[in-house]
Ligand binder design. Structure first.
Ligand SMILES: Cc1cc2nc3c(=O)[nH]c(=O)nc-3n(C[C@H](O)[C@H](O)[C@H](O)COP(=O)(O)OP(=O)(O)OC[C@H]3O[C@@H](n4cnc5c(N)ncnc54)[C@H](O)[C@@H]3O)c2cc1C
Length: 395
């Protein structure tokens, strides 16, 4: 019997299990994918704050193929106003790091095995039964004398059930067991993602370019750029159907010539963009973290990093909690309170950027230009915004 059951061995679930182990808490992870599944080709942008978390877990030094971002150039197409952020100004070694999802999950998988954390692969959690009174279990009770005998139960598609005082759902919000979000916004946009080669070397500079159709980001990755091109659903479908040459020319028209010509592009993929805030209810011994709790638009790369902070903060709180109150309503309320400012701040900031920048209304265009200019002219404000994006906010 484990103290904590985690649904999903994605980056957030795996980091949570490792951080719990550092706190001396035993977690078992259930992962729907088989052990030998190939991770998909998506790219992640980690903030410096996320690097610190992976460092403390001993994972950072095992990662290969990580590209630092030392400068970010932020602009809007067809209007004035540019802001440049640099790692030097913010006094961090890098503003962020770009790596593939496959690299990160492979390193985390090794770390889970090295820490002897049980992961059951190929087990899909079909249903979560929250906070029911469990039958008396003498083994668990003797290890946690005085504890409430309340647990949440996971029902697997394999027909087996597993129970624990605390269930952490880190399923990316994609499982059938996920409840309806408390707040949802369909941006009716898709991200077109691929890797592109530019005429000029990236020199570790990332670009975020706002256009009326949505933001486009170029993130340095190896000797190429990872592209995240946001477009309306119809435009995204048209973009992925273009031939390589047509695509490269369209990207040049869309993004501009700051990096010279676009020379090559890998096959394009799309994923839908929405805001979904599900959060957790404190009373049921179930807590949702990472994308299971909040799925954000990728602009400014907030979502994934908030998810890692969820995992880290939850594990720290579990470590500070008496064993008999692990998963109790008071503990989960404290977790929700502690995360509110960071999570809702990230949700609000991301949603603001998407809605204010994805249009061509003249007064807003000028206001945006002034905003970018003000940020550029005011180093303390720029540093504040950058640090907020790197480390998150605390209540
Ligand atoms: C298609 C796609 C493309 C993306 N591209 C980008 C990008 O280019 N850049 C970027 O920064 N972010 C991107 N994101 C977002 C990024 O992937 C997420 O922020 C990040 O992966 C969240 O981590 P997580 O661990 O919370 O969830 P996930 O990475 O989704 O991991 C969830 C894990 O739970 C497992 N699982 C799901 N359901 C169950 C179940 N019922 N039982 C057991 N296990 C289960 C899954 O197999 C998976 O391993 C993309 C997301 C998607 C969906």
């Amino acid at each position: 019997m484990s103290d904590v059951l985690i649904v999903g061995a994605g980056p957030v679930g795996a980091v949570c299990a490792l951080a719990l182990r550092q706190q001396g808490i035993d977690a078992r992870v259930l992962e729907a994918q088989p052990e030998d599944a190939r991770a998909d080709t998506r790219t992640l942008a980690l903030s410096h704050g996320s690097r610190l978390i992976l460092d403390r877990l001993g994972v950072w030094d095992t990662l290969v193929g990580v590209t630092p971002i030392t400068r970010i150039h932020i602009s809007q197409r067809g209007a004035l106003g540019v802001t440049r952020l640099s790692a030097e100004e913010v006094k961090v070694p890098a503003l962020g790091y770009v790596l593939s999802y496959a690299t990160l999950t492979a390193a985390l998988k090794q770390a889970l095995a090295a820490a002897d954390i049980a992961v059951e692969y190929g087990v899909t959690v079909a249903r979560i039964e929250s906070g029911v009174e469990a039958a008396y279990d003498s083994t668990w009770a003797s290890a946690h004398s005085g504890s409430e005998s309340f647990r949440a139960t996971l029902h697997g598609a394999d027909g087996r059930s597993r129970a624990a005082p605390l269930v952490v759902v880190a399923d990316g919000g994609r499982s059938e067991a996920a409840p309806a979000p408390k707040f949802e916004r369909d941006y009716k946009q898709m991200a077109v993602v691929c890797e592109v080669q530019t005429e000029l070397p990236h020199a570790n500079q990332a670009f975020e370019r706002f256009t009326p159709e949505g933001p486009a980001a170029l993130l340095p990755k190896g000797d190429r750029y990872a592209l995240v091109w946001t477009a309306s659903n119809a435009d995204a479908e048209r973009i992925v159907a273009l031939t390589d040459d047509e695509f490269l020319a369209a990207l040049y028209r869309h993004f501009g010539g700051r990096q010279g010509l676009f020379l090559h592009a890998s096959p394009r993929k799309t994923f839908p963009l929405k805001l979904a805030y599900t959060g957790s209810d404190a009373a049921d011994r179930v807590v949702r973290i990472g994308n299971a709790a909040q799925t954000l638009h990728p602009v400014s790369g907030q979502g994934f990093n908030i998810g890692l902070r969820d995992a880290w903060e939850l594990a720290s709180l579990c470590g500070d909690t008496a064993p008999e109150t692990l998963g109790a309503a008071a503990m989960l309320s404290a977790y929700a309170r502690g995360r509110r400012v960071d999570v809702l701040g990230g949700v609000g900031f991301t949603d603001f950027l998407v809605r204010v920048f994805s249009n061509d209304i003249a007064p807003l265009r000028h206001a945006r230009g002034l905003g970018l200019l003000a940020l550029e002219m005011c180093p303390p404000l720029k540093s504040f915004v950058a640090r907020r994006m790197i480390f998150g906010a605390r209540g």
